[in-house]
Design a protein around this ligand. Sequence first.
Ligand code: COA
Length: 263
Amino acid sequence: MFLIEKINEDNRQRVIDVLKVDVIRHVFAIYDIQYEPEHTTMYAAFDNGSLKGYALVYTALEFPSVVIECEIDVAEKLIEYAPKSHFTMHAPPHLLPIISKRFPDAKYYVEKWMLVKKGEASLFKSKLVRRLRTNDDASKLALLLSSRENRPKRTVKKYVELIGKQAIYGVFVNDKLVSYAGSFIQLPQFWMIGGVYTHTKHRNKGYATFATSAVTEESLKKGKAAALFVRSDNYSAIKVYEKIGYKMIREKLWIDVRTGTNP
Ligand SMILES: CC(C)(COP(=O)(O)OP(=O)(O)OC[C@H]1O[C@@H](n2cnc3c(N)ncnc32)[C@H](O)[C@@H]1OP(=O)(O)O)[C@@H](O)C(=O)NCCC(=O)NCCS
């Protein structure tokens, strides 16, 4: 028999201590309940005090984002904490039968989680790369991303906030930002790299490799590793990450429940 508890200040540290055994697998949970509690609701299943899994809903993005990690026997109950309408979800592959039964209209994509450790990266350097810092850099990032299909449009103010909070490196050609890579989670142990993008007219010139190398380098100076996830059929992105030394550590599913978005 298991019990489900809502995570709050009383039980939070107990759960974090268990999840820290595998920081990368549980990165969203560890980060969100510590650093973004106002946007995070988490339920955990315990059996005689031992953690059997959790479901987390993070609400600071355009759509609610659900993370579920659990043993199969508690999945049906935990999945009931997902929003009723539309959301995206990260889940381990063994939960797919339960997720598809509960949300028959869900679309799912396999994502590779990849990791590079300190001392194992091949960093590609270029004078075209620098960190984004100013309001002008934020405007350039907004302009670059306005060319990206199927992504929510954000204001320049949002990008000013973003470059203040995250380490984002860009490739500049003739003073135009043509490619960038950032880190959206920074934990003392490692950083999560994400938002890697090159303008369609500037692809296959090594720019994403330069930008991802720069943010990976900073990550490996501050922690012991850098990690990221990428859709398993995104061959050019996987090529970039493998060149730098990232290796696959596991697969997870990225699930779209009625948002119409994809990873
Ligand atoms: C993935 C992406 C960032 C790569 O940007 P880029 O600036 O073209 O990357 P680079 O030039 O540094 O490297 C691309 C590599 O992929 C290779 N490549 C291109 N198409 C490929 C394909 N279909 N299969 C395998 N490799 C491919 C290129 O040959 C190059 O490798 P090489 O330098 O060894 O020749 C870019 O395609 C993009 O913005 N895609 C949309 C957003 C996205 O998918 N981001 C990644 C999210 S995880």
